[in-house]
Design a protein around this ligand. Structure first.
Ligand code: GLV
Length: 352
């Protein structure tokens, strides 16, 4: 075969490979796997692509590997000409309009399970750090404020062991937090729309009403997805039901808490502490009142951020994307009924 023919065949093969736009850098080995089978464009800037960039790509690509910073709203979905898959590198997918995607026959996938333990580790780390004032103590030492060698009332916080933990949302991450809390001898209450009576003995947990959980817990940790029902579910009224010594931890989505109500409650000593990894707007602005409250521990949405887990999330998203592009049901479909209708094979797992 002549060299020019070889080259032209290579071009043909290349043209047949599906086009995928990855909206941010992805840790290896995900990118290498994807590049073997697809023509891939990676968005290499630190800031996410604009909506107009995503709309532009939506007209030409077969699939997206997306992140929670990308809005796939109805307008973006409607711009998709032959997109078959939006493969989200996150367990949460509130940035994607699932109804619009389903109406357009686009399969949406996410990355559950691989991040469960890492996220639960971080929720517990935030809980401990907040209760024992770790970040505040660090600031105090660095600022040169530590003058007295030791004092009985210096940086006094709250005990965690044997206290009552209230878990709102007993999905995979909520359960993983419960297992950690067992090790601290905590009494564990939970509220979920679907009680898990079969797990109550194993996890040492007790289902209660939201009202009772709010009133009786020393620590409250949120593990619900952001939906119209959970948006603002912790408002001023709910905060007022909590103990004045309560500590509220959020590693789910910022908008689950009414942030203004939380600031007010912390300022008015309605509750004592908060540990927050997620915010209504991310990044939170540098002059937001939460940044000026010593009794709040803040993190920049990093609960799943371990080297191992971020790499696994990338691989899982790539596998989901490739499965759909090959006409197979992906391992983690969000709109599973559509995947079953359009695709073959049955290796799908539930993503809830
Ligand atoms: C992170 O917030 C995720 O949803 O995975």
């Amino acid at each position: 075969m002549e060299e020019s023919e070889v080259q032209s065949r290579q071009v043909d093969v290349c043209m047949l490979r599906p086009r995928v736009f990855v909206t941010r850098a992805l840790p290896e080995p995900g990118p290498s796997i994807l590049q073997k089978y697809c023509q891939v464009e990676f968005w290499s800037k630190d800031m996410p692509p604009s909506k107009s960039t995503i709309i532009q790509k939506a007209k030409v690509v077969d699939g997206f590997v997306s992140f929670l910073t990308d809005s796939f709203d109805e307008e973006v979905i409607n711009a998709c000409d032959h997109v078959k898959v939006i493969s989200q590198v996150a367990v949460g997918y509130d940035n994607v309009d699932i109804t619009a995607a389903t109406a357009k026959n686009i399969i949406v996938t996410n990355t559950p399970e691989v991040l469960t333990e890492t996220t639960a580790d971080f929720a517990f780390a935030l809980l401990l750090a907040t209760a024992r004032r770790v970040a505040e103590a660090d600031r105090y030492v660095r600022a040169g404020s530590w003058k007295v060698p030791w004092a009985i009332d210096m940086m006094v916080g709250q005990d965690v062991y044997q206290q009552t933990l209230g878990i709102i949302g007993l999905g995979r991450i909520g359960r993983a937090v419960a297992r950690r809390a067992q090790g601290f001898g905590m009494k564990i209450l939970y509220f979920d729309v679907t009680p898990a009576s079969d797990l109550e003995k194993e996890l040492g947990i007790q289902a209660v009403s939201l009202d009772r959980l709010l009133r009786e817990s020393d620590f409250i940790t949120l593990h619900v997805p952001l939906t119209p029902k959970t948006q603002g579910m912790i408002g001023y009224q709910e905060l007022q039901k909590m103990k004045p010594s309560a500590c509220l931890i959020n590693t789910s989505r910022g908008a689950v808490i009414d942030q203004n109500a939380l600031v007010r409650a912390l300022k008015e000593d309605i509750i004592a502490y908060a540990g927050l990894d997620v915010f209504a707007e991310e990044p939170i602005s540098a002059n937001h009142p939460l940044l000026f409250l010593e009794n709040v521990t803040l993190a920049p949405h990093i609960a799943s951020a371990s080297t191992q887990t971020r790499s696994k999330m990338g691989v899982m998203a790539v596998e989901n994307c490739l499965a759909v592009l090959r006409g197979k049901i992906p391992p983690n479909p969000v709109n599973a009924d559509l995947a079953k209708k359009l695709l073959t094979s049955t290796n799908a797992k539930s993503n809830t």
